[in-house]
Design a protein around this ligand. Sequence first.
Ligand code: COA
Length: 255
Amino acid sequence: MARLTITGEDVFYAQRLTSDAESSTVFIHGAGGTHRHWGHQIAGLSGTNLYAPDLPGHGRSGGQARTSVTSYAEFLSNLLEALGSTRATLVGHSMGGAIAQDLALNHASQVDRLILVGTGAKLRVLPTILEGLLNEFESTVDMILGYSYSEDAPQELVDLGRQEWLATTPGVLHGDFMACDHFDVRDRLREIRCPTLLICGEEDQLTPPKYSQFLQEQITDAQLTIIPKAGHMVMLEQPEEVSRAIAEFMKTTGA
Ligand code: COA
């Protein structure tokens, strides 16, 4: 666990460093999330320095949450620089996957590889979610939770997600979903040249597998892994499967 100040904002991040590792891997959580979403993956990967920040305004970080993907990507670019990383593998979930795509497009020299988990090139949000987050926070959180997990997900996992989201302020969650709603890079995906792994839960209702299939068709060097018995929170629902897919991709692409 560590902290840094980036352009005046106090940033918390989990880290696991390997003494002789030359590469860095940075995990980016989704809307209303924290570094804790990546616990299994951080514990399991080796051969690379691992970092998982809480985005500004989230979890244990201070600072101001953003309302655009590009603004979060600027923050990440500054964080990578502060960590001394020349090129990193980015692992992003949902909104975090949008941030990773933005970095690959607008800060390409900082990106070695992409791992996009439960995300898409466009992330329109149900208007009832956007309105409800400001007017009926708790019932809207319950509605989002209803879309977020596979039917088979253990109740404890869903309860933990509920606690986490209810601890987030409505403004932060609304800002994150607004950032998603405005994100659309469908016509720029051909510019992404780095090796890319796409991971999606078979039962994902928020960013369904067809979003990942579209990414696979459009990104030049992309492969897709669909994980059975998982919804949108695939890395929490099937952590071993996700960690295995990431480790295999890292091995075959040279880490
Ligand atoms: N990749 C590939 N295709 C996509 C896409 C993506 N990222 N995003 C949208 N599309 C497709 C849709 O599937 C649809 O295809 P179809 O016409 O063959 O059915 C088409 O593009 C238009 O979709 P969209 O722009 O989303 O408009 P819409 O008015 O049909 O639907 C919503 C709007 C909000 C209902 C819809 O986007 C949705 O259900 N989103 C998922 C729920 C959500 O809120 N997710 C949060 C993401 S963080």
